[in-house]
Write a protein that binds this ligand. Structure first.
Ligand code: SAH
Length: 394
């Protein structure tokens, strides 16, 4: 096995529990085959860790063990799946929630692969060609530990030569749509329709908070609404009306369907297929006001008219949405961009309220839920930041 020297800084980082490898961790030129297993050593050739190398959007590989006796094989994978299963017994036993993350990559010990549970079906996401090299062994180990799995789908979150992004793998095919439950609410999902299934599972606790504590009797605006999951969570919590805004055409049909599968009348639910920035202008002109405003934009978006990047444009977006939020209203402000630090996000929030001549109070803060396990030494793995904020009238 190839021994590769890493820097002292890298050694420290790895020993502190951060498994991500980046170019700067290697003092010498790095060349490797996708998925190649290597031994990382210090400048005196002493063992530090075992890793696999792979090009991916975040770096060039992952440490999988600090134990020189560990191999990246089926027995190793089984052991990780067993632990992951034990960690999620509460979710597994909860009849009100039939969808959650079963296995979270580096947080559960196999970097580069996640597995989501959708009412008995599994969706495996591969993040690099390197990890996909182990697909057969990982899938076999998964099936051994989760024999109850009805069917398996997979997603490719790296550029493949054949352009494939999603496919059915084995077992039974899921119904279309597949109705899953979260906190007792139904969601229509599609397991083989591109990369996204119709619901972002990492927002479970935020949707739960909205249903339980913030929606009753309120007018709710859901911007960047996708399939309207937040709108449905609000309506089920007793919102008197919801407004969903998304620029994607498919969002209309999908959002209607989410209401329908919960027997909610869509008369009180407005759905706009529209650029959020145009909608804001429209709402300001019409003097519309909302009691609860939800903001969960993509990290980066380009429409015909403009580009939006959370790190650069969040302040202004928020400032505009503060305007159409009622005095004493609530804003649910979210970002899933790993490169957008919580500190900067909070500064942008402060700036937006300052520019709006408004006071505010952060009522609740959310990060990834416990099924999205994060390694202790790798803060950037916890990419989700959500603040529930009260706008205070001056
Ligand atoms: N908040 C959603 C997920 C949002 S995903 C949820 O919890 O389910 C991001 C969405 O933003 C996509 O559906 C995309 O179509 C939409 N989007 C991107 N740019 C937009 C824009 N300028 N105006 C409106 N929607 C936009």
């Amino acid at each position: 096995m190839k021994k590769i020297i890493i820097t002292q800084i890298s050694e420290k980082k790895i020993k502190a529990g951060n498994p991500l490898l980046q170019m700067e961790d290697f003092p010498n030129v790095l060349s490797f085959d996708e998925g190649e297993i290597v031994e990382l050593v210090d400048s005196r050739q002493a063992f530090v860790a075992r890793a696999y190398l792979a090009k991916q959007n975040k770096g060039v590989g992952w440490v999988f063990s600090l134990d020189s006796a560990d191999s990246f094989n089926e027995a190793f994978f089984k052991n990780k799946f067993e632990k992951a299963k034990r960690k999620r017994t509460d979710l597994q036993a909860d009849p009100e929630t039939t969808t959650y993350r079963l296995f979270n990559a580096e947080g559960d010990g196999i970097p580069g692969v996640t597995i989501d549970h959708y009412d008995g079906f599994a969706v495996i996401s591969w993040y690099s060609e390197g990890i996909f090299r182990y697909q057969a062994a990982i899938t076999a180990a998964f099936q051994a530990i989760f024999p109850e799995t009805k069917g398996i789908y997979e997603k490719f979150r790296y550029q493949r030569n054949d352009g494939l992004i999603s496919r059915f793998v084995s077992g039974e095919e899921a119904p279309t749509p597949l109705i899953v439950k979260e906190n007792g609410i139904n969601y229509a999902t599609y397991l083989d329709d591109g990369l996204m299934t119709g619901i972002f599972l990492d927002q479970r606790e935020v949707r739960g908070a909205l249903t339980e504590r913030y929606a009753a009797g309120k007018r709710v605006l859901n911007t960047f609404s996708y399939t309207g999951a937040f709108s449905v969570a609000a309506a089920m919590g007793g919102a008197i009306e919801t407004t969903s805004v998304d620029v994607a055409n498919r969002s209309l049909e999908r959002t209607k369907e989410q209401f329908a599968v919960n027997n909610l009348d869509d008369e009180d639910q407005k759905i706009y297929v529209m650029d959020v920035f145009d909608f804001i202008r429209y709402a300001i002109r019409k003097e519309l006001q909302y009691d609860v405003t939800i903001i969960d934009p993509p990290s980066f978006a380009r429409t015909k008219k403009r580009t939006f990047s959370v790190t650069k444009d969040y302040t202004q977006l928020l400032e505009e949405l503060i305007q159409i939020t009622a005095p004493d209203g609530t804003l649910i402000v979210s970002s899933n961009a790993a490169n957008y630090k919580e500190k900067n996000f909070k500064q942008d929030i402060a700036q937006a309220f300052k520019n709006s001549h408004c006071d505010y109070r952060i009522l609740e803060t959310f990060h990834l839920p416990s099924d999205f396990s994060v390694p202790a030494g790798s803060k950037t793995s916890d990419y989700l930041k959500v603040f529930i904020i009260k706008k205070l009238a001056r």
